[in-house]
Design a protein around this ligand. Sequence first.
Ligand code: SAH
Ligand code: SF4
Ligand code: F3S
Length: 475
Amino acid sequence: MTKRLYIETVGCQMNVLDSEMVVASLRKHGYELTKDPKLADTLLFNTCSVREHAEDKTYSALGHLKKLKTTNPEKIIGVMGCMAQKDQRTIFERAPYVDIVVGPGQLQQIPELVAKIEAGSKCEMAVGLGRRDGSVDEIKRSHETFDPLRDPTMRPTPYQAYLRIQIGCDKFCTYCIVPSTRGPEQGRPPQQIYDEAQLLAEQGCKEITLLGQTVNSYKYADGGTTTRLADLLYRLHDIEGIERLKFVTNYPKDMTYDLLQAVRDLSKVSPYLHVPLQSGSDAVLQRMKRGYTVQDYREMMERIRNTVPGYAVSSDFIVGFCGETEEEFQQTVELVKECRFKNSFIFKYSERPGTKGAELMKDDVPVDVKQRRNNELLAVQTAISEEDNQEFIGRTVEVLVEGPSKRALRDGHNDELILQLTGRTPCDRIVVFDGNRRQIGETLPITVYDATAFTLFGNAIVEAFTPQVSPLQII
Ligand code: SAH
Ligand code: SF4
Ligand code: F3S
């Protein structure tokens, strides 16, 4: 008999990928997906612990299920992902109607855990080892994932997929919970990565985004040879059907010249680099234990500028970190102006119990100051994005068409033949244009006629006129 699965995902791309894998494995056990929690036999929440707000949202979503579970006790509720790893048994205490708690390294056990609950067990928990709770190998094994199980219906679009190349993180930035929820850094074997990329290509995927917390620190040692990200890119570049390769998230110190050369020389690799800076103040960077200085970051920007034509760099920032003075914050504002990021994700510092930051420093910047700094930095970044996007007006860009635009979906034009479409340039800029359903999944030249901070607006070039486009104009 078919059973129904409801799954809700928050957090980063790692979680999107993990949810895809869990759906793939439960399908093998007779499950199909439903969007309605009331119709589901099993409900799974894939969670994030990076900021308190993400956890609050999950606990509140779980709170809403209390009634459903009371009236339908046979429904199975599971919490998976980073918050499951971090809070463990506390989840059963805060939400007693949860049946299963499962960490990111134990996802392959979900069908088994569900079966145990069905067989009458009251609750089941499977989590990875803490960073001091065993030998390095034991800890690593307890955080491994089972990536080769894939499910095309769970991708951002049928043409785009994530591929994990690295598990965990060893950087231990003082604010960050990820090293404890995802365990030690480990590169996946290159052959596994290659085979999975091949499988994705066979499933119709044109764009692959390689994932790792510090993806450019990727390394895999096998006998005498060490494979790095640049080597992987060269290997993956040969796969037929793959048109674009991206990789996130980068660590500034590991943005080496040979990697940038690979980005420049390999036509399928997007010149889009997400390299979080976090703060423009050396003192704050030191308190965050980021392991680089403002000068190091400047030199990296210089290397990118000198090596990769048509590059776009984006960043993350934390405002209001422990002890951040107004002067330190202004240094961040100045550096954003200097670096001119394509876009920045800006977060208010959220203290995470269990991190060095929470243990050793005071979360002493008032909430309203954090909010003001967030708004100010965002305004500066938005103005830069808008200004730089104007440069695209009149240019022809190459767009991988992802599907109907938000407006088309909102206005219910999803099924029409002619509709507004959206896609991205190789440098990760969003382009919206009027097109034809059949263009979804294609890579098309689009001429830009208008631009805002977040979107380029363009026209599809009619086939007969394309030969006139100079390759130099294609970004
Ligand atoms: N591995 C990636 C980022 C992982 S988390 C990297 O190193 O860049 C994504 C972003 O969330 C981080 O870049 C940081 O800006 C933000 N973040 C992480 N911990 C946070 C915290 N405790 N409070 C606020 N923002 C945080
Ligand atoms: Fe967190 Fe730092 Fe690791 Fe990124 S590099 S996941 S911010 S500890
Ligand atoms: Fe969140 Fe875990 Fe990703 S804490 S940001 S889901 S690695």
